[in-house]
Design a binder for this molecule. Structure first.
Ligand code: NAP
Ligand code: ZN
Length: 354
């Protein structure tokens, strides 16, 4: 065991602050990673503030981790000291259920172990990437092929895979008309990835001042979702819509824009329910409303390689860990362009604290 430094929330109402805790010793199958950068996902905020009513405290968030390998166990084959490596939302799963055997560890029938906040179905707490280093089983460590702009690669580990996986699952192909709802961390990755897949991307936003950015990021059109006329121009026209919004809202406004047999997939996880969709809107066009959770490890590697090949990284604002609480407040106001990433070197300033 080694004692390391991170940032933790001690309960739902306390700001994150320096916190010392222990990491396990490097086992035969483990990779130890010195964390260089960690992205700030809205899920970190939901968890730190117990908005999903399942937080184990102390809570050390962070599941968009990029760093350098500093030690490997005797049975590790794919990584060596000095390699770049990434860790996303999962650090373990049962490896024997039908989902795990299909490479869908995120749907592990026995519950995967989150990078933070412990196993899905109870067990010891786990501590995430707002910290010096992490020790992870090699099966859950990703290879990074990007050679520069490493800080901007970190958000691919959650925002990237959470948008890539449903775009692949619902078979988005060149020429498809694809809607992305919400231009935040997930949404801006969705725009970039869908555009790289050849789709005609329409970005829906509640923030008219994001229009120029959305076009620059790869959207062909931008619709301000509060504007009924702009929405009406797109009725019955979409092949697929990916909804990343982190707050409850009227889903019918978007379901009505789908073609017959088309799907809208939800990835945003508000802390309270959306108003129930109107059944008529679904049955008369056999439309589908679906959900999707991150992506499996193999698909995460596929996404990282796809992004390296297409020169895709996140648009980021690099922050020191000491500014994390202010970053959360700005995220709540949709005031982030388009992902905060923590420069973990800043943690050194707290080495004498805690
Ligand atoms: P984010 O950066 O805060 O972006 C969310 C965006 O939603 C905002 O930028 C805003 O875009 C829009 N929005 C916010 N409040 C809204 C409201 N009241 N009405 C309409 N639109 C609103 O968050 P994120 O990190 O992308 O995460 C988004 C959600 O996905 C969170 O709930 C997170 O927990 C969840 N998530 C799910 C998975 C999964 O596996 N399913 C993985 C990661 C995260 P505009 O300003 O453009 O309207
Ligand atoms: Zn996330």
């Amino acid at each position: 065991m080694t004692t390391i430094l991170g940032y933790a929330a001690q309960d739902s109402s306390k700001p994150l602050a320096p916190y010392r805790f222990q990491r396990r010793a490097v086992g035969a199958n483990d990779v130890q990673i010195d964390i260089l950068y960690c992205g700030v996902c809205h899920s970190d905020l939901h968890t730190a503030r117990n908005e999903w009513k399942n937080t184990l405290y102390p809570s050390v968030p962070g599941h968009e981790i990029v760093g350098k390998v500093t030690a490997v166990g005797s049975d590790v084959t794919g990584f060596k000291v000095g390699d770049l490596a990434g860790v996303g939302c999962m650090v373990d799963s049962c490896q024997s259920c039908s989902s795990c055997s299909e490479g869908l560890e995120q749907y592990c029938e026995n519950g995967f172990t989150g990078t933070y906040n412990g196993p899905l179905f109870g067990g010891e707490n786990t501590y995430g990437g707002y910290s010096d280093n992490i020790v992870v089983d090699q099966k859950f460590v990703l290879r990074i092929r990007h050679t520069d702009n490493l800080a901007a690669v970190a958000p691919l580990l959650c925002a990237g895979i959470t948008t890539y996986s449903p775009l692949r699952q619902w078979n988005v192909k060149p020429g498809d008309k694809v809607g992305i709802v919400g231009l935040g961390g997930l949404g801006h990755m969705g725009v970039k990835i869908a555009a790289a897949m050849g789709a005609h991307v329409v970005l829906f936003t509640t923030s008219p001042n994001k229009r120029e950015d959305a076009l620059r990021l790869g959207a062909a059109e931008v619709v301000v979702s509060k504007n009924a006329d702009e929405m009406a121009a797109h009725v019955n026209s979409f092949d697929f819509i990916l909804n990343t919004v982190a707050a409850p809202h009227n889903l019918d406004a978007f379901l009505g824009l789908l073609k017959r047999d088309a799907t809208m997939t939800l990835v945003g996880v508000p802390d309270s329910a959306h108003p129930s969709p109107e059944v008529f809107g679904l049955i008369f066009k056999r439309r589908r409303l679906a959900g999707s959770l991150i992506g499996g490890i193999a698909e995460t590697q596929e996404m990282l390689d796809f992004c390296a090949e297409h020169n895709i990284v996140s648009d980021i604002e690099l922050i020191d860990i000491q500014n994390i609480n202010e970053a959360y407040e700005r995220m709540l106001k949709s005031d982030v362009k388009y992902r905060f990433v923590i420069d973990m070197a800043s943690l050194a300033k707290d080495q004498d604290a805690a």
